[in-house]
Design a protein around this ligand. Structure first.
Ligand SMILES: O=P(O)(O)OP(=O)(O)OP(=O)(O)OC[C@H]1O[C@@H](n2cnc3c(O)ncnc32)[C@H](O)[C@@H]1O
Length: 176
């Protein structure tokens, strides 16, 4: 099975591979760099789901022989006066049927969010890399690996988001 992903970020490709491999055999993952036209740090449900959807549709369009297109987008969800980070996946098949799935969310420290809202940094990765002296943390376990003291990695969050998006595909009798 060929699964095309609208990203080359290794944490996303790994999470997608692990999710599909639970339900399908011989899963081949191909990552493609795609333009989403949404900000580097999406804020609010609408921007995040749009980013995930566009990534999935673009990867299906440019990928060769894809059985599925997958988009994963991370962004902030404001709740009361806090911001939570979520990964949203959109999985679409060759017939144009697609579903969303959501990861667990973690609260982002207020000062980190403020630096992005003020325009000091463009996205979360830049704030985290600057504070912790990491390099490309978004591709290496993610901020969540630092916050969870290495227990949870970003690929785990992507895995859950993609698995949730696959639920309607693997239970078609009750979702159709
Ligand atoms: O190459 P692409 O696919 O664009 O991957 P990305 O990681 O840059 O793009 P996203 O828009 O999905 O992520 C939004 C930002 O959140 C950052 N980030 C860092 N650690 C994260 C984590 O644990 N979970 C979610 N997002 C994280 C990520 O690096 C980005 O700066």
């Amino acid at each position: 099975m060929e699964v095309c992903v609208g990203s080359t970020n290794p944490t996303k490709l790994k999470g997608v591979k692990n999710a599909f491999s639970m339900f399908y055999n011989n899963v081949n993952i191909k990552g493609y760099n795609v333009q989403t036209g949404i900000p580097p740090q999406p804020i609010g449900l609408e921007q995040i789901i749009e980013g995930a959807r566009r990534r999935a549709i673009s990867s299906l369009a440019i990928g060769e022989r894809c059985d599925f297109g997958v988009g994963v987008e991370a962004g902030f969800i404001p709740i009361e006066d806090k911001f939570f980070d979520v990964q949203i996946a959109f999985v679409i098949d060759r017939n144009g049927i697609g579903f969303y799935g959501f990861s667990p969310m973690f609260m982002v420290p207020k000062t980190f969010v403020e630096k992005i809202l003020a325009g000091e940094y463009r996205e979360l990765e830049e704030v985290v890399d600057s504070y912790f002296h990491t390099k490309n943390i978004g591709e290496k376990g993610g901020f969540i690996s630092i916050l969870s003291k290495g227990r949870i990695r970003r690929e785990d969050l992507v895995f859950y988001a993609v698995t949730m998006a696959l639920i309607p595909f693997i239970n078609q009798n009750i979702y159709s």
